[in-house]
Design a protein around this ligand. Sequence first.
Ligand code: CP
Ligand code: NVA
Length: 304
Amino acid sequence: MAAKHFLDLSAVSAHDLGGIMNDAMWRRAATKAGEADKPLTGKMLGMIFEKPSTRTRVSFDVAMRHLGGETLLMSATEMQLGRTETIGDTAKVLSRYVDAIMVRTTDHKRLLELAEHATVPVINGLTDDTHPCQILADIMTFEDHRGPVRGKTFAWTGDGNNVLHSFVEGAARFGYRMKIAVPLGSEPKYRFLNWARNQGASIMLCHDAENAVTEADCVITDTWVSMNSEDKAPGRNVLQPFQVNKQLMMRAKSNALFMHCLPAHRGQEVTDEVIDGPQSVVFDEAENRLHAQKSILAWCLGAI
Ligand code: CP
Ligand code: NVA
């Protein structure tokens, strides 16, 4: 049987994503109740990082341990992969040692190549193009506070980056609307917009943060300069009108949530007043990474 990879929200059916979300809520309740939940006993997760990480690294590590499994952390610079070994050969070798591979990499093609050659499940822990694990945690967080996301409006303001691409795919899978404001030249890649719109998602793209945020149920932003995109980032003066501050939040619904995947650059894409304010749920998002990762691992390894 082919390995069950978790590569992107567009690559997993809405039915399976719904199952992962339900499982995450159930496992979170079980963890908080102190119930033993160890379906991955004896399993090993290999984690390859080609970029820095705090949340993804720690939440996958802790999730795997809670589920009874173990982890092996590999920094690409300390692997032969970081010298001359191919991704394909690396995938084949690691598949002989571990039961699943989580990778954070640069070019999305590297993720796809790893998955093509691995005989064990591969999980996308962020690429230059997407960050699907983050969006599951974010949807869980919204639903914890405000109920089902279907029909709700999520506004994105800032750079058109990997996290946004996965939010766009999520709109097609989970039924929320997206209103996106980015500077001219920082648009998300059109293949993500086209795919989601072809699936029936409602996605509005503009260059005016106030327009995007007006009457939104949730306001989302992310760093202005993503890892490995430093040379493409527009200047601060171009991005400043997309900052989430109190004035901008006042355009959204009065009960709108503020979300950010973290790490945040306070004073740039978001002010302290907003990220530390009553509408912010950024640390709930971070916590839900742990619960969502458990269910992604369980799904990949046949424990859902
Ligand atoms: N949000 C997120 O993926 O954080 P890390 O880069 O710390 O993993
Ligand atoms: N867009 C950010 C997300 C970090 C979790 C980056 O890629 O650097």
